[in-house]
Each structure stands twice: as structure tokens, then as C-alpha cells.
Design a protein around this ligand. Structure first.
Ligand SMILES: Cc1cc2nc3c(=O)[nH]c(=O)nc-3n(C[C@H](O)[C@H](O)[C@H](O)COP(=O)(O)OP(=O)(O)OC[C@H]3O[C@@H](n4cnc5c(N)ncnc54)[C@H](O)[C@@H]3O)c2cc1C
Length: 471
């Protein structure tokens, strides 16, 4: 590849800091943040392509901060477990990974100052804190920088406006996705990185790093392991044992028929492309393949679009006007049950199904999608107003779910509490025309007694809290 080929506009690539690569640069720096993996990583591939074109080695760095908003001990363990796989997979491509403690953008600047790269390649990430890191990096960086949209199948830049609903995005996605549902190359960096160029970094020892980070909060979860290897293992099991019943049974939580890959996707330990290609090429049948691609690409990337295009994505104000008006109109409706955040967090409401869902989340780091909808709708019903419900639901989601703090979480809460991507339904108390879910009908939709019993066994320590069929 030539430099001019790499400089051509590419919908995946955002030029964050203009300019030609520095002629005196000693390497290409890959700043890994969102895409924490070596496999099917377009940002890494792009950095390697630059390195090979310029005749330079590629070095990767990662900044591990103890201050990610909302992140808890369980999330840090998961992330650090994943870094070991990322380091090995990057090394197999000829790219050493240096992990340092500190705010990610500061670590990138620190490493850039030490190694004087020709340019910096990063991965992109739509959430606010990650965008702030990128702006700060670009402000303080003396070399050009390009960011690659590495964690979606179809580049987000193809959808520059906020989409109204899945129905507006779906046809555009379907038109575009065949161009992107293709295996990625696995390039190798041709120029070895001299040891003298590799700055000192942390040893990737999970216990040692957790001790240094001193993070507390929601406890760790045995059996919920992070990393690309674990993600690939789950993917194998999913395709082999569950995909063939996904279309019919994905709303059944006891046992799950879904992939349980959302946390690995959240941490960028597996690419959505890896999952999509494996599923598309499986023998699971069209209905199952279509159903999975709808969730993984259309719904997931609709969430990315919401977060990237709506600056109020994490509050009730990001929800549509019709929903805000109807919720406001019903704000003074009598509320037969009102629970404070502590009662909700303890899972001590009058509703056994809701309590089971809450406890599943606290004790296993996950909650089934169907129950997440019910769970958040009930928080709206039992809170003094929609703004409070939004905050409480998001806070619990982000602290306890292993996949929390993700565009999918902001969107899921906005859908349940504020009608985001939904339409008005028949009017009723508290909810107005925002969709309602009742206890009686939700219980009838799946084997809810079995589910409640299963969670009870986990809470009492006699059930296995590892993913149920993915041991
Ligand atoms: C109130 C609420 C909160 C949520 N919070 C989160 C969250 O914090 N993090 C998170 O990743 N997801 C969240 N979701 C979306 C969804 O519940 C999870 O992505 C899904 O349950 C993950 O399970 P899975 O990996 O087995 O999914 P699968 O059914 O196997 O689907 C594969 C992948 O597709 C994507 N996906 C599936 N369902 C949805 C959906 N409804 N919307 C967007 N993408 C989807 C996920 O990335 C998922 O891993 C939330 C939904 C609601 C209603």
C-alpha cells in the first residue's frame, strides 16, 4: 500500500489530527482503548498497514484508569483478564503492547513523547468520556492522529443523523452491510519493534493490577471471565448449541438461548464482525441467522447511532418529545408503589419477578434482555418521576451489569423509560402513552417460576452463578 492510498477517505477512519506522518518518526503508535483485541481489529490493521508502508515498527499502548465513571471491581477484573489475550494476539501480529496506569489519553501522550511516533492510530468510541479523552489527546499531540471505527460492522459515519427508530435504520443497514460483512485480513507488522523503543509497562498480573488500582464497588464474579479466548469459546458454544433455537427462544431466560457475548463486545474483546460472519456462515437456518444479525447489527448499531448523535443520551432529556410530554402529563398520577433506590438495589419490592431479575444482575453480572425491559419499566412505575427512574435504572445497570456503561445500556433504559425508538401506545396511568409491561402478562411469556427458582438458588449459594449453559 502507498501513503496516498492510506490517506484516501475511508468511512471507517476519522482524521482527528490532520497532517502527513512525521518523516523523523520512529514507529507508528496504536493507541488501543475501545477495541481491546488483536483479532478482527480494523484499527490495529490500519496501524500495521501504516507501519508497513512507512517501513516502521508498530507499538501499541493502553492506559488503564481507575477512574472510569461507574466501573466497579468486577469490570476491572474482566478488562484486565482481556488485556492478557490482547497482548498475546497483538504480539502474534508483531506488535508489542505496553499497558500503563493512568488516564488513557495521558498514557498515549506519555508514550508518544517517549517514542516519537510518525503518527498515532486510535480506535473510536462514541461515549462522552471516551470522546473527551480523544479531544484531549488530539489537543496535546504533536503528530497526526487517525481514529478507526473498529467496533461496529457498518461504519457509523454512514449514518450522520440521529435515527428515529430501528425501522429507519434497518433498510440503510441492509443496503450497506454486504460491503462490510467480509473477513478482515490479518496483517503482520514487517518491521520488528526494537526492545530499546518499548517503554516500561505493567505486568499483566490480574491480582497485582487490581491491588494497584484499588477499585472497589460491585464484587467480582467467579465464572464470568473476560478475554478474546473466552469470547471465542462462548461463540463456539452459542453456534453449536443455541443458535438453532435463537429466533424462537431468545426471550426465554431459563435457560438462556442467547450468546451472552455482550460484555465481551462492550470491552471490545471480540469484534461484532467475528460473531456476524460465524453466524451468517452457520447452518442454523435463515430465521435464526436473521434474528441474531438484527440484534447484533441493527439494534446494537442503532444504539451506537443514538449515543454518537444525541448528546443527552444518558438522561431522560435524550428521549423523544412525545414521550417527555406524556410522562410529564402523568407525573402526578397516584403511584401505588414507590421505592427508594436502596430498596430497589436490595431487590426487596413486592414483585418476585422483578426481585429475581435484580438479584440475577447483582449476583451474576447479567440480566436477560426480556427481563431488562420489564425491570426498567417497573422502575418507572415505582419512581416519583421519569427523570428519577432513568437515573436509578442507569446507575444500577451500569454498576452491576458486566456489559454496563455501553451504548446499548443507555438506549435500553431510554427505550424502557422514555419511549426512545418506540412509538406511542394506548394511554394509561403513570406511563401515559409510553409502552407498559404488566406483571401478569410478562410472567406468562416465559418459564418464570423456573427462572425465579434458579435465581433463588444462586442467591442462596446452591446454584451456579456462571452463565447457565456455557460452562
Ligand atoms: C433496560 C435495558 C438495559 C440494557 N442494558 C444493556 C447494557 O448495559 N449493555 C448491553 O450490552 N446491552 C444492554 N441492553 C440490551 C440487551 O439486553 C443486551 O445487549 C442483551 O441482553 C445481551 O445479551 P446477549 O449477549 O446474550 O444477546 P444476544 O441476544 O446474543 O445478542 C447478540 C448481541 O446483540 C446485541 N443486542 C442484543 N439485544 C440487543 C438490544 N435489545 N439492543 C441493542 N443491542 C442488542 C448485544 O450486543 C448482544 O451481545 C439493555 C436492554 C434494556 C432493555
Amino acid at each position: 500500500m502507498t501513503v496516498s492510498m492510506l490517506m484516501r477517505p475511508d468511512p471507517r477512519v476519522r482524521v482527528a489530527h490532520e497532517g502527513d506522518p512525521r518523516a523523523e518518526g520512529r514507529c507508528v503508535l496504536y493507541w488501543m482503548q475501545r477495541a481491546q483485541r488483536g483479532l478482527d481489529n480494523p484499527a490495529l490493521n490500519y496501524a500495521i498497514a501504516w507501519g508497513n508502508t512507512l517501513g516502521l515498527p508498530v507499538l501499541a499502548c493502553f492506559g488503564l484508569t481507575a477512574d472510569y465513571p461507574g466501573a466497579q471491581r468486577r469490570h476491572y477484573r474482566f478488562l484486565i483478564e482481556g488485556l492478557a489475550d490482547a497482548r498475546n494476539d497483538l504480539a502474534a501480529c508483531g506488535v508489542p503492547l505496553v499497558v500503563r496506569l493512568g488516564r488513557p489519553d495521558r498514557v498515549a501522550i506519555e508514550v508518544a513523547n517517549l517514542i516519537q511516533p510518525a503518527l498515532v492510530i486510535g480506535d473510536d468510541n462514541p461515549v462522552r468520556v471516551a470522546q473527551e479523552w480523544r479531544s484531549a489527546l488530539v489537543r496535546d499531540l504533536a503528530v497526526p492522529c487517525r481514529l478507526v471505527d473498529a467496533d461496529v460492522v457498518v461504519p457509523s459515519s454512514l449514518f450522520p443523523k440521529e435515527e428515529f427508530a430501528a425501522r429507519t435504520l434497518r433498510p440503510k443497514m441492509h443496503r450497506a452491510w454486504n460491503d462490510y460483512l467480509k473477513p478482515l485480513p490479518r496483517p503482520i507488522a514487517k518491521n520488528a519493534c526494537p526492545d530499546a523503543l518499548i517503554p516500561r509497562g505493567e505486568t499483566l498480573d490480574v491480582e497485582g493490577l487490581l491491588a494497584k488500582l484499588k477499585v472497589g464497588g460491585a464484587g467480582e464474579l467467579s465464572g464470568y471471565r473476560g478475554g478474546t479466548r473466552e469470547a471465542l469459546r462462548r461463540l463456539d458454544l452459542f453456534v453449536e448449541h443455541r443458535l438453532a433455537r435463537y429466533a424462537e427462544e431468545r426471550n426465554e431466560p431459563s435457560p438462556y438461548a442467547t450468546s451472552e457475548l455482550s460484555a465481551h463486545l462492550h470491552f471490545g474483546q471480540i469484534s461484532p464482525l467475528t460473531i456476524a460472519l460465524r453466524v451468517r456462515d452457520s447452518a442454523a437456518g435463515d430465521a435464526n441467522i436473521e434474528a441474531l444479525l438484527e440484534e447484533l447489527i441493527v439494534r446494537r448499531e442503532l444504539a451506537v447511532n443514538f449515543v454518537a448523535r444525541n448528546p443527552k443520551y444518558d438522561s431522560i432529556e435524550g428521549c423523544p418529545r412525545w414521550a417527555l410530554e406524556t410522562l410529564q402529563k402523568h407525573e402526578r398520577d397516584p403511584r401505588p408503589y414507590l421505592y427508594d433506590p436502596a430498596t430497589l438495589e436490595a431487590g426487596s419490592t413486592h414483585d418476585p419477578l422483578w426481585n429475581a431479575a435484580q438479584q440475577e444482575m447483582v449476583h451474576t453480572g447479567r440480566m436477560h434482555n426480556y427481563l431488562r425491559m420489564y425491570w426498567a419499566k417497573k422502575i418507572l412505575e415505582w419512581s416519583p418521576d421519569a427523570a428519577t427512574a432513568f437515573k436509578v435504572a442507569l446507575d444500577l445497570n451500569d454498576r452491576y451489569e458486566m456489559d454496563g456503561r455501553d451504548p446499548n445500556g443507555y438506549t435500553g433504559v431510554a427505550w424502557a423509560v422514555g419511549g426512545k425508538h418506540d412509538r406511542p401506545w394506548p394511554e394509561r396511568p403513570i406511563f401515559g402513552t409510553v409502552r407498559f409491561m404488566s406483571y401478569a402478562s410478562t410472567r406468562r411469556k416465559f418459564r418464570s417460576d423456573q427462572y425465579i427458582e434458579r435465581v433463588r438458588a444462586i442467591v442462596e449459594g446452591c446454584g451456579d452463578n456462571a452463565p447457565w449453559a456455557l460452562k
